[in-house]
Design a binder for this molecule. Structure first.
Ligand SMILES: N[C@@H](CCC(=O)N[C@@H](CS)C(=O)NCC(=O)O)C(=O)O
Length: 202
């Protein structure tokens, strides 16, 4: 297998953290989005939507979508379990995944892509859309802070892929300078615990 990585890009990073937590060692090829390496005709044969990450399988076929890549690897390497060991666990992790992706990661991406000059070559920027999304992030942080009251992990009392997505969101939000509000004490503690895991360096 060969993993097509995207440096700091959050979706690539969450697969790297996943690989680290699982102890899976796959050769990596870096794709530099800032140099538009993902836009080449050659890379489009790997990822038709010109996105990172992607995984090449040993038979020469490809999987894109970070969660589809994790799902494939989870089936190949079930332990340690990060995506659910029974129907209830699978659903809980999926529920949190979707909440985090739809209600946090997408607003963060909107603020960054529509508001940061470095993204102008990749996005038809609408600065008002960046501004409109900032309060959505802060509102979600406050909601999540309440949800984290008395909990160490976002679901199931153990570390899962949903925690990986949470960590990548918290750190992605720092790019457009949005940090967890001071009043969100549960969330700040949770973030620190995730950031202290060795996999956070991936
Ligand atoms: N849903 C996809 C999203 C992939 C994605 O948006 N990747 C970003 C980097 S995090 C990308 O390749 N962006 C390139 C571009 O927008 O041109 C996944 O989870 O892998």
């Amino acid at each position: 297998m060969l993993f097509f990585d995207g440096g700091g890009a959050p979706n690539a990073r969450r697969v790297r953290i996943y690989l680290s937590e699982k102890g899976i060692d796959i050769p990596i090829q870096s794709i530099d989005i800032m140099k538009s390496e993902h836009k080449t005709e050659e890379y489009k044969k790997i990822s038709p939507l010109s996105q990172v990450p992607a995984l090449e399988l040993d038979d020469g076929t490809f999987i894109t979508e970070s969660i589809a890549i994790c799902r494939y690897l989870e089936a190949l390497y079930p332990e340690p379990n990060l995506m659910g060991a029974d129907p209830y666990e699978i659903a809980q992790i999926e529920m949190w995944q979707r909440r985090l992706e739809l209600l946090l990661m997408i607003p963060i991406a909107s603020v960054f892509r529509h508001g940061h000059p470095a993204m102008a070559h990749l996005e038809n920027q609408v600065p008002e859309w960046a501004d409109a999304n900032k309060p959505r992030i802060i509102n979600f942080y406050n909601w999540l802070d309440n949800q984290m009251n008395g909990k160490d992990f976002i679901c199931l009392d153990r570390y899962t892929l949903a925690d990986i997505t949470a960590l990548t969101c918290f750190e992605f939000a720092k790019w457009p300078k949005i940090i967890i509000p001071e009043n969100c004490k549960n969330l700040k503690k949770y973030y620190q615990m995730l950031a202290d895991r060795p996999s956070a360096g991936a």
